[in-house]
Design a binder for this molecule. Sequence first.
Ligand SMILES: [Zn+2]
Ligand SMILES: [Zn+2]
Length: 225
Amino acid sequence: MTFSVSCECGKNHAVSAGSAGSRFQCECNLTVNVPSLAQLRDMAGIVPIEAPLEFEIPELLESGTIPKSECADCGRTPAELVHFVADCEQLHTKSSGGFSWGMFLITGGQLFLWQDEVVEFHGRDTMIPTPVCLCSQCHRNLNSLRPQAIADQFGRILIIGGLLSLLVIHWSIAVTIFATGVAAKLYASKTAERFQKQLRLIIESEPMYRKIFRMYPDAIILVER
Ligand SMILES: [Zn+2]
Ligand SMILES: [Zn+2]
């Protein structure tokens, strides 16, 4: 869709939504600033119906309106684009909660910590891209918080190992192995939580992305590889 922007000299120019926020030179040599997409829409008298975020955000990304080019964490430049995706489908999930020893034993503790997240999926997948710019320092800091899948796997192996070895070795050793496994899994889930919190802090520096969490409070941020 095209909008109309007028130069101070009085000439009207047709601009596309994609040029929102940019500038160009009129034939009269004056520089014409193209307003933001929201302002263009406003000027054209388009009633600002709240476009669903999963459409609005990609549109803003495509037009280059977001994300800002400074580091989303410290504000420094240069910063480069890092890809994240907000997985919002958690809104449509229904947890069947409660701790279940049956599940715990069958899955070797796998569903122990995640019991509340044993979910039925409802509705559609809502994945919203949320790229931000990060300077190399902040990007490195973020990566260092990245949870290690190994701790989780290690914990699972120890839990299963502890349970199985109950039959063959002294119970106190088996229980120690088991407890170490539970601790490792707890550690893994705490690290994952901390990483998620930090990701969210960074993503929320962009006001547009903040809307995602207002609409989908349980959205989780995925790091694109
Ligand atoms: Zn002009
Ligand atoms: Zn930074």
